[in-house]
Structures are given as C-alpha cells and as structure tokens.
Design a protein around this ligand. Sequence first.
Ligand code: NAD
Length: 331
Amino acid sequence: MKRIAVITGDGIGREIVPEAVRVLEAVEVELDYVYIDAGEGAFKKTGSAISAEAIKTMKGCDAILKGPTTTPLGGGFRSIAVTLRQELDMFANVRPAKSYGKKYGAVHDNVDIVIVRENTEGLYCGIEIDESDDVKKSVLLATRNGCERIVSYAFEYAKKNNRKKVTAVHKANILKKTGGLFSSVAKEISSGYPGIEFDEKLVDACAMLMAKEPQKFDVIVTTNLFGDILSDLALGLTGSIGLGASANVGEKYAMFEAVHGSASDIAGKGIANPASIILSSAMMLDHIGLEGGSRIRNAVEKCLKEGKKLTPDLGGGATTTEFTDYVISKL
Ligand code: NAD
C-alpha cells in the first residue's frame, strides 16, 4: 500500500486538506496516511516549523500531500514549501491553469496554460546577506545543471501530455548572466524537440500578453520567482486561485499542494475552495501510478461547468464541504 505524508498546514489548509482525503477515500484508492505537523501552528507549539524527524518520515513515504502553510513576513522561520522543495530536491513545480468559462469568474475563456517553474534556485535559493542595517542582498542563483533539468522537464512534460509549444520566460536583457544562461540552455534543449514549437519571452512582456491573450500560451518554463508570480496571474485569469493545483517533482520525491496560501482572511469560515487541493491529489495519484486521477479531474470539471455548488471565490454561495459533496456525487 502507498504511504502518503499529509501536511494539513495552517489557515484554510485545515479546512481543505480533509476534503481532499474525503475525495481520495471516495475513489477507493488504498492509501496509508501519515499526518505531519508543520507550519505556523507547529512552530507555536514546538518552536520548530518542521522537525528533522518529520522530514525523515516524509522521505520514507511515496508522496506528500501538502496544505498551505503560513510564513511570517520578514524574519521568523523559513517557508515550509521552499524548505521542502530544496531539502527533497523537488526541482520542478508544475502548475496548470485552466478556465471553465467566463460565466464562472474566468477573465478569459479557453485558458489552458501549464507553468513549469524551477523550484530550487533563482532568487529563492536562500542566500541572503546582511551587508549592514541599511543594505541587504538576496542572491539570484542560476546553474547550468539547474537550467538544463527544468527545461528538459518542461519539454518532456509537453511531449508526454501532447502539448504543442514551450515558451521560455526570463529577463535575459537585464539579468545578462543568469537570464542569459537560462535562455541559451533553453535554446539548446529545444533543438532536441523538433516536434514542439519553441519561443522566448521577456517576463514583463509575457505578463502583458498573458493578461490580453492567454490563449497564445501552452507550456511556460521559467525561473523560480517569475514562475511564482506568473502562475498566480494565470490562475487569476481562470477566475480563482482556489483552482490552483500543483506538483513538485524531483528524482526521488514528490509533493502535491495547492498553489495558494493559508488565506487568513477567509480561514475558519468554511468557504475556501477545495478544488486546488482536490486537483493536486489527482496529480498525486497519477504520479504514484494509481487509478482515480482522471475520475477526480472529470468530477471537478463537471461541477465547475455546471456551476451549481460553487464557493464564493467563483461567485457561488456553497461551503467548502458542499462543493466537495457535489464533487463526490459526480465521481
Ligand atoms: P493567499 O493565497 O493565502 O490568499 C490570497 C487571496 O486569495 C486571499 O484573498 C484569499 O482569500 C484568496 N484565496 C486563496 N486560496 C483560496 C481558496 N482556496 N479559496 C478561496 N479563496 C482563496 O495569499 P497571501 O494572503 O499572500 O498569503 C497568506 C499566507 O500563506 C502567507 O503567510 C504566505 O506566506 C502563505 N503562502 C503559503 C504558500 C504555501 O504554503 N505553498 C503559498 C503562498 C502563500
């Protein structure tokens, strides 16, 4: 039986993660769940946001299902998501953004973009320098190996999923060293995939084009910070960040999580959209080789298209539990 480490997380994590488990139980996949305490709640209880023991346990599992965790602004402990992506070397962050029609909050119809974000380098590499009280530096790291493996992952993803185009997004006109390396590696690797169209965009122009004509994008491969921002933009175009599922994948480990955060503004109200984590759990089933992922995706898609039991972020009046019940009824 496959073992799944479950991080319920903070804020709305405590409301949406149990709903994903309910859906997994409804598709009758046999999974052994190991619950891990991590995030702000764990920090307040134990003084540590995630323990070494917890990371060891996760390494012994087949996958991790993670709810959002709160990260303090400025000082305090480091983001759990960023820590795990680096500790477990889960270098590829796959973030699909698909719209289900303007009627249900989407800004554009027919958005179907997959953002493949580099997860371990860039400005999130964790090298920060206190030069003085008034001067601070954060290092932007790019390595050939890091660029090669993320761009190759994006092309392989495109090939496997019958996608037609990969766009490399960077800022190589200004970040000549790091962006330049990413751009030249992307060009090199694209030549090995003649069946897949390749182009490049500067991140600022890309943001503008995504807002105006998102249908022009298929798979986007980009560096850490740009991927973080562009994936929220892409989800905004689909109507709600509450639809944002994601996979963090490395050679050995994989973690599936909602793209969004712990949403303190709606936490405790029972109205968070659980689609993000439910769809993440479908990606998890595909990854660990169990059936049920397509059934879950189809059921969520039916509910979103019917639009009867939508949560308030999509313009409806349903609760988190009512939406999940509806998904389960469509399985
Ligand atoms: P957020 O994603 O939590 O919220 C942004 C907005 O989107 C809010 O208005 C919120 O109500 C809404 N929203 C988010 N998820 C929703 C859902 N499922 N259904 C309906 N509405 C939803 O972003 P934030 O407020 O900038 O961050 C809050 C905390 O989460 C911070 O501590 C941040 O560091 C953390 N965070 C964690 C992760 C993670 O664990 N991977 C990711 C992003 C942010």
